[in-house]
Design a binder for this molecule. Sequence first.
Ligand code: ADP
Ligand code: MG
Ligand code: MG
Length: 477
Amino acid sequence: MSAAAEGMPPAAGPEAVGEMVREATAWCALHGLVVGDRADPRSGTVPGVGLVHAPFSLLPTHLPVSCWRQACELAPIFNELVDRVSLDGDFLQDSLSKTKQVDDFTSRLLDIHRKMMEINKEENIRLGLHRSDYMLDSETDSLLQIELNTISASFPGLGSLVSELHRSLIDRYGNLFCLDSKKVPENAASCRFAKALARAWDEFNVDSAVVMMIVQPEERNMYDQYWLAKHLKESHGITTIRKTLSEVEAEGHVLPDGTLVVDGRTVSVVYFRAGYTPNDYPSEAEWTARLLMEQSSAVKCPSISYHLVGTKKIQQELAKPNVLERFLENKEEIAKIRKCFAGLWSLDDEEIVKSAIQKPELFVLKPQREGGGNNIYGLDVRETLARLQKEGGDALAAYILMQRIFPKASLANLVRGGVCHEALAISELGIYGAYLRNKGKVVMNEQSGYLMRTKVSSSDEGGVAAGFAVLDSLYLT
Ligand code: ADP
Ligand code: MG
Ligand code: MG
């Protein structure tokens, strides 16, 4: 994403870099910039056991101010768009109808959504905690959206800390690199997300209620989540409970007035940090829990509708001509959103499938999945498309095709497990957005901080948790 290869200047010899890495990793331990260590089998279940510093980039990645402003400006527009689209149940059902035939997971989500439509379920208080991800395309120099996450957008907690780490390293060593810590923008993602959860709790207006975080039974990224719980308690006096979907099934029920009670406690806000992948639903119990929560009057972050709006299929549908116009009135806002859309195609389009088979390196083939590691690149695109075509039927409808974006690579120092590697790397900018609405009143609609992720340029995928990327922040140029 940077304008020029950065790397370490000659002034920073190997000893200086080594010292900086040790300072940085110690800083991580002291400030809670940590994740569970794969090497320790208990690290995903027992807090405080088997910690390791989160993988990070030693210095922030350069980003032109204009791109930064553009991405920030988009956040409230995307927030509003998600809300508008979520209200059009038929649009969601119709757009996903073919996907439903071939993708069991999406089909189960749509079943819950359909049930809510049938009972005319209204969500008066609607909370969205999103992250819109972008890459800077080197060919056109334009900021293009990778995807919009409406469920379980991760790293608001750790991302804020990386910006702090970078500022502190620049304050200490910046003269080596001629860097100024003021050019790392402030990143209050964890406080902002906690504030949004707290405002939703306020709107729900039951003093004894808790926020319930839905978590995976094993979660090495738990400290990112604990940061939100900490801010909720310390800044807003609100208690967070952590439950897995199967615990909700065992311990939860809905009272006749719609109140969700879990483990004897009234839940005002359900915040999902699990439930976005089929792996989170190993049995019917987890689906029962998801339905139970949806039926309740608790604020769901996200509701089933918000969740569906974040699917890759809906992203592709919104990119079709004249679709944004159905949901937004303001022409300038529509133009701003459209400008960041990359090429997106449904596989109904025979011409595009043909092009992708001919030039697979220019496309990414995406199934309806979240969490990294699911997309198909390069020659596999050709192979998969040819196979799916042969199979015939609707098999192709499980995927969308996207224009492959090529960000400019630059040298970066990636630190993982205390070891620093210099490598050519590319970056993905995520902008958090928080949206809260109670009936006609928009309580909150804001850009809520950012996340930069950097990965070696030879790697196709980008997830930090999935082991492809490191956490990063940005340096405005
Ligand atoms: P997920 O929901 O699993 O995170 P993404 O659409 O974000 O799915 O894709 C995962 C990763 O794949 C991204 O973080 C990015 O590194 C890479 N990627 C996705 N789409 C593109 C694209 N169009 N061009 C280049 N890389 C992409
Ligand atoms: Mg995603
Ligand atoms: Mg992603």
